[in-house]
Design a protein around this ligand. Sequence first.
Ligand SMILES: [Zn+2]
Length: 299
Amino acid sequence: MYIGRFAPTPSGPLHFGSIVTAIASFLDAKSNGGKWLVKIDDIDQPRVIRGADAIILNSLKELHLYWDAPVVYQSHRINEYNKKIDYLKKLNAAYLCECSRRDINKLAITGVDGFIYPGICREKKINLSDRVSHRVEVKDELIITQDCIQGIVKQNLSSDIGDFIIKRSDGLFAYQFAVVVDNYLDGVTNIIRGYDLIQSVPRQVFLHQLLDIDVPEFSHIPIATKFDQKISKSCGNKIIIKGNEISIWLKCLAFLNQPMEAYSKSMNIEDIICEAIRCWSKNLIKPLRQIEIDDNIHT
Ligand SMILES: [Zn+2]
C-alpha cells in the first residue's frame, strides 16, 4: 500500500513552500488510494519553537489536509534511533569519531554537501563519551537512483561525501539517519519533498540498504523562491490561511503545474480538493531546482 507523509520541522508556521510540499504529498497519496501521514521532525531541538507544531497542524486542518494516522514526533523515537545505531555498530558499519570541526577543516576538501570526511577515526579505538560522534562507513561505489521528478540522482559517497555523521557528539541524531528509521517505523513507500534535500538521497538510499529497509520512491519538487531566495519561516513570509484557503490551494496547484481549467474561485474547497485528486499528475511538475513566485502569493 502507498504510504506518503509530510514532515515539517516545527521551527515556525508553514510558509508557501512547505504548503506546496504538503499539498503535493497529500495529492499523490490520495490519487494512489494511499495513506497520508504527518510526522513532526523535531529531532533538531535547537531549531524547534515551542507551540509551532500545534500551529502547523492547525494550518493543515484549515487547508483540509487531514492525516490518516496519529501524528508522530521524532522526539518520541530516541530509543528506536539508538537501537539502530547499536545495530550499525554491531555490523561494524558505524564507528566513533572524536574529530572537532577544526580538525576536519584542516584536512578535508569540500564535496557536494560540505567537507568530505577523510576517515581519520575509521581505524581508531575510541571510547564512547559525550565528546564523540557516530559516523557510518561508506563504500567506494556509485549509488544511482531515479527521482520521479528530477530524473537520475547519483553519487559516490566515498568521493563525494565521505563517512558521514549519524549521531552528533551533542547527542542529536542526523536528519539523514532519523528519517530512514522513520520510514521503517511508518512503512513509508513514497517521499515528496523540496529540491533542497535531493543531495541527501544517496546517503539515505545507502542507510536503507544497510538497515535492510525498503527504499521509498523519491520525488523532489522545485523550491519556491522570491527574489532568488528560498522562502523560509524566518524571513517574514507569513501566510495567512484563514479565509484564503481556496486561493492558497489554487496557487499551489498552479505552482505544481497542474491543469487549472477545472477550477474557479467560486468553487468550495471540498470540490477543489476532489478535482485536484482526480486530475493529479506528478509528471507535470517541472523538473526544476526552484521556481520564482510572484509577489502577491502571500495573501
Ligand atoms: Zn574523527
